[in-house]
Design a protein around this ligand. Structure first.
Ligand SMILES: [Zn+2]
Length: 157
């Protein structure tokens, strides 16, 4: 019998891990022309990370920054190039993006979500862009609803 991922609510095979779904998604994505390296790939990685604050282990600051980047990308206010620059700044070695093992879990939304990784795994080359965007939008909107006021108001860059 399937288990349920405690973070994103997706069904997980007994003894399996939700991360296996994500790896399967990356393999699937690689078969779609143009998808790897595109904004869709950023959506997929960001969305999975945002749905898994415990197993991915990002700090609260890193999660909020990622949410902001995803929301800005979805509204078209930031380009993929600018996103890569932001990511480089955020991970330039002076900033820690992962929690230490002894740190408590981040206060964050856990499932259910409008869309989860298993929903996206049904994609074909034709439906992949819409499914990924629906997944990303569902997560960005859910988080925005939960965190009306983000801890830092600096959206520049
Ligand atoms: Zn999950």
């Amino acid at each position: 019998m399937d288990d349920i991922c405690p973070e994103c609510d997706a069904p997980v095979p007994a003894g399996g891990a939700c991360l296996d779904h994500f790896h399967a998604l990356l393999v699937l994505e690689a078969t779609f022309p143009g998808a790897p390296g595109a904004i869709l790939h950023f959506y997929a990685v960001a969305t999975y990370n945002l749905q898994h604050p415990d197993s991915v282990g990002l700090t609260a600051e890193a999660l909020h920054g990622l949410h902001r980047n995803l929301a800005d990308a979805l509204t078209g206010t930031v380009s993929l190039v600018a996103l890569h620059r932001r990511a480089q700044r955020a991970t330039n070695g002076s900033v820690r993006v992962r929690r230490r093992p002894d740190e408590p879990p981040v206060e964050w939304h856990r499932g259910p979500w409008p869309v989860n990784v298993v929903d996206v795994l049904t994609a074909t080359a034709a439906t992949y862009p819409d499914l990924i965007e629906a997944w990303a939008r569902g997560v960005a909107t859910t988080l925005t609803t939960h965190y009306q006021s983000l801890p830092d108001g600096d959206r520049a860059g």
